[in-house]
Ligand binder design. Sequence first.
Ligand code: ADP
Ligand code: MG
Length: 266
Amino acid sequence: MERYVVEKRIGVGSYGSAYLVHFRKDRNVKCVLKKIRLDNVGPKERAAAHQEVKLLSQLSHPFVLGYIDSFQYKNFLCIVTEFCEAGDLYNKLKSCKTYLKEEQVVEWFVQLLSAIQYLHERKVLHRDLKTQNVFLTKEGNIKLGDFGIARVLNAPVEMAMTVIGTPYYMSPEIMESKPYDFKSDLWAFGCVLYELTSLKHAFDAQDMNGLVMKILRGKYGSPPAHFSPELRQVVSRLLSKEPEQRPSCEQLNELAWVKSIMQQFS
Ligand code: ADP
Ligand code: MG
């Protein structure tokens, strides 16, 4: 903790708080420090949390938020990551006055796809994919953050609405209390992609019951017509109610449309 100087608190959640900090030795290096409360956590979960952080520390990918450091401070598990000065996708989309261009959406789509594929190949599930956890660098590239730790410090679904916020990205199978699977990440990916096109949630409601109903019915408005049929079809396949019908990252990469975009960016 002595290595860092806190500049300000940037987030509060059920887990604890997030701070913008800089290195005491170099005030130009800004990072994000997350303090995760461990006092209500048993020894088993505590060990699992440390194990998970060790795993995260070994990941490295251009579109995955970089890990810097972790340590225990009092009753908190602290995780230090890169700071993305351009903020998150949630705020970016909120500030949009017109729809994004197809080219911008597909660029972020392939960056997210490659980040999620990287995690899934290593048997890491994100578990909390949402626009608030997708960060942007000043170059306009994506950095996917805030994953993994949810596996070991699982908050119950009932807490989700009050503490964490409305669970807009929760898949139909999770609503039915089935186990979280990599296909549940792909559902959330579909929700994020939907927002990139439509600038609103695929499923929205005033309360939890309304949201559950909408997600289980599986109906949502189609994305604006100026987006290509290929892009709109990927959205609809990712938002398939049946997990088996959602494409995996590998299958998405096999699509001729995705292959041609990848070539463009390589
Ligand atoms: P949540 O993900 O539930 O919104 P967090 O505590 O993870 O809450 O984040 C709080 C705020 O800090 C969010 O607005 C988020 O965009 C921002 N934030 C978190 N991590 C980073 C980061 N690495 N770079 C830039 N902003 C970040
Ligand atoms: Mg977050």
